[in-house]
Write a protein that binds this ligand. Structure first.
Ligand code: GDP
Length: 479
């Protein structure tokens, strides 16, 4: 018992008549409110360029995966997140870029913090910056299923060293498959030693271009404004190599990602939306996560009202009924009615079914997933008491070879298991191994909520034995 032609039509933005005709073509004679079987829905969804995903056994719904028509695709600006260790200059860099980009005549420039802003480089090329520096926000969004960042700028203070959070940032960016451009900051200081940092970065797996690596690197001073335009140039080069494109058709229903939201006493919910597809327009009805609304106003980062916003453009949007969450997808619907129906459906589905729970990677069930060909790589995060333990564990794990699956250590570090580790695991479908360390209180709560596999050991041999057994499907569930 799944969706009817009527419901499917609504989900995919086509008419029920289209669906019924497709059914006929497939040899099935159906009426508008008749329930279809799973196979038919999968076939029909494919016909319309969607992939059906069955979120609950009671109610079927399609996940938006509509293909873009080639002729609608155009180059879009890159979306950048700045990461790095605390005090290495992330905020200073964001501030410098924001302030140096005040358009002449624009009163006050970018005054509001809206979570993202767009700057113009070389007169006509744009870059969008997410205004929440750090890898925590980045990975929290990913854990919710939203990947918005195209390029990471990794800030390292040249008068300091590669620090634990530098390593975390590198691993979070790599786990997400997002390219890194290195900014060696505080170059104005006499103690600055960029060569030392480059050496340390190479040891952390980031070999800069001038040393034969693949990572672009720029010496800057966020405080003095040195090297910033060169850095922007390198970001744009990276963007060009990635051939970032967006759908600029005025016809497709727009969609975007919620960056952040707040409740304003006078205006109601104000949400920063990063448009990803099409043009979001005033008057558009939409759903966003569990809430919905109708676009009442769109404003740019200067608070100026604009009629519409396209790919990679961050804007403030008014008109939400309720607060959406960061990382929620906003999807424009054809009518208010459709928006309301879909939002209601989603609420029912979420209440009934926490579908994320069943999809988590668990050490005791991976053998089945390997067998079914669903898994090729077991991602692992190691937190341990000493560098020595980490090294020994990593060496041991890398040696465990299995024909079908390989073990990939996406992050390792000395110290407690933190919330950030849990987020990374959630975002990357990884398991966490705690070696002679425990999680802190918040990490423990989050791991329970996210239903993640966190295992604790104090003997290296036991870790290796468990992973080996898991790959062979012989491990019994953790009690
Ligand atoms: P964040 O924690 O990474 O956001 O770092 P901040 O941007 O807050 O910078 C930390 C400190 O370093 C502040 O006191 C800044 O003024 C200083 N700082 C940042 N960039 C530079 C720079 O290029 N040169 C110098 N000399 N100081 C800088």
């Amino acid at each position: 018992e799944y969706a009817s032609p009527h419901e499917l039509a609504e989900l995919m933005g086509v008419t029920a008549k289209d669906i019924i005709q497709k059914c006929f073509a497939l040899g099935k004679f159906v009426t508008i409110n008749q329930r279809l079987d799973k196979e038919s829905i999968e076939l029909i969804a494919l016909e319309f360029g969607y992939e059906a995903e069955f979120i609950s056994e009671v109610e079927a719904t399609a996940v938006i995966a509509e293909e873009d028509a080639e002729e609608d695709l155009q180059t879009r600006p890159p979306v950048v997140t700045i990461m790095g260790h605390v005090d290495h200059g992330k905020t200073s860099l964001l501030d410098y870029i924001r302030n140096s980009n005040v358009v002449a005549g624009e009163s006050g420039g970018i005054t509001q913090h809206i979570g993202a802003y767009e700057v113009t480089v070389d007169g006509n090329r744009k870059i969008t910056f997410l205004d929440t520096p750090g890898h925590e926000a980045f990975t929290a969004m990913r854990a919710r299923g939203a990947q918005v960042t195209d390029i990471v700028i990794l800030v390292v203070a040249a008068d300091d060293s590669v620090m634990p959070q530098t390593i975390e940032a590198i691993n979070h960016a790599k786990a997400a498959g997002v390219p890194i451009v290195v900014a060696l900051n505080k170059i104005d200081k006499v103690e600055a030693n960029p060569e030392k940092i480059k050496t340390q970065l190479s040891e952390a797996g980031v070999l800069v271009e001038e040393w034969g690596g693949e990572y672009q690197c720029q010496e800057i001073s966020a405080k003095k404004g040195l090297g910033i335009s060169e850095l922007m140039g390198k970001v744009l080069t990276e963007a060009e190599m990635r051939e970032l494109r967006g759908n600029y058709s005025a016809e497709v229903p727009a969609s975007g990602i919620i960056v952040e939201s707040e409740l304003d006493k006078g205006k109601g919910v104000i949400s920063t939306v990063l448009v990803q597809r099409g043009f979001l327009k005033v008057g558009d009805p939409f759903v966003a996560g569990n809430t919905l609304g109708k676009v009442r106003a769109i404003m740019d980062e200067r608070g100026k009202r604009i009629p519409s916003a396209g790919p990679s453009q961050p804007v403030m949007v008014l008109g939400f009924e309720d607060l959406p969450q960061s990382g929620d997808v906003l999807t424009v619907m054809v009518t208010d009615r459709e928006a309301r129906d879909l939002a209601q459906k989603r609420q029912v589905i979420r209440r009934e079914h926490d579908f994320r729970r069943s999809t988590r990677v668990k050490l005791d069930s991976i053998a089945r997933q390997i067998k079914e060909g669903l898994m090729k790589e077991l991602s692992v995060i190691i937190k341990a008491d000493t560098d020595g333990s980490i090294q020994a564990l990593a060496d041991g794990l890398m040696k465990i070879q299995n024909e079908e699956v390989k073990v990939q250590i996406i992050h390792q570090g000395v110290g407690q298991i933190t919330e950030t580790d849990v987020l990374l695991a959630a975002a990357s479908d990884a398991i966490i191994i705690g070696f002679r360390v425990r999680p802190n209180v918040n990490a423990k709560k989050l791991a329970e909520k996210e239903d993640l596999d966190v295992r604790f050991y104090s003997v290296i041999y036991h870790v290796l034995e468990d992973v080996e057994k898991a790959l062979e499907g012989m491990l019994s569930p953790e009690l």
